[in-house]
Ligand binder design. Sequence first.
Ligand code: AMP
Length: 216
Amino acid sequence: MGYRVVLLGPPASGKGTQAKALSTTLRVPHVSTGQLFRDAVRRQDDDGSRIREFIDRGELVPDETTIAVVDHWLQKRGRRPEFILDGFPRTLVQAVAFDRMLAERELDLPVMVFIQISEEETLARIMGRLGCTNCGNLYHVRFSPPRQAGRCDQCGKPLEQRDDDNAATVRERLRQYRTSTLPVVAHYRDRGELREIDGQLGKQQVFNALLELVRG
Ligand code: AMP
């Protein structure tokens, strides 16, 4: 059997950090729709500039684009792909499309994990969040600082703040989360398919809980 995991949660709940750690430990590819979109923006093609407008406003990228990006990623990985998927599905339309993608590949629903933090915690964490421009490793100036200011512990390359990590954008991201993503959380919870972790526990405790859920 292979590992298939989906991480849901509000902005800055630790999805990216935990997905990366899980991916390293289980040796399973990590895919984040937010990261795929940021890569498209960096490439500066037509799609990239359209996507950038949504990200900069803190709005969700349209479902059609998002679903196509995930489908394409899965297609490249054969019939029985393993993955740690972070940030998708984020709307009910995406959840239905995800069910179809799984059914087409005769895959069961992945382990669906919801990492919960409060809105106050999201705001506190977003301000000061830093990512490596090279390897994507994540830091926080207060909660998880790099050993040398502004440099990645892993690869030594510069760290930067995400363009969309600012007070105005994060309020809109939280609004989108409440209106579009919480219904997805409720959808899986109602089906009895949702595993929940308190994201306000320490990073290591969240990771241990996650590993226990995933390994079953
Ligand atoms: P994240 O890295 O998950 O915080 O995502 C950053 C931004 O990418 C979001 O604010 C959205 O604009 C966009 N995004 C990421 N995942 C999705 C998704 N599943 N559906 C729509 N937009 C997304």
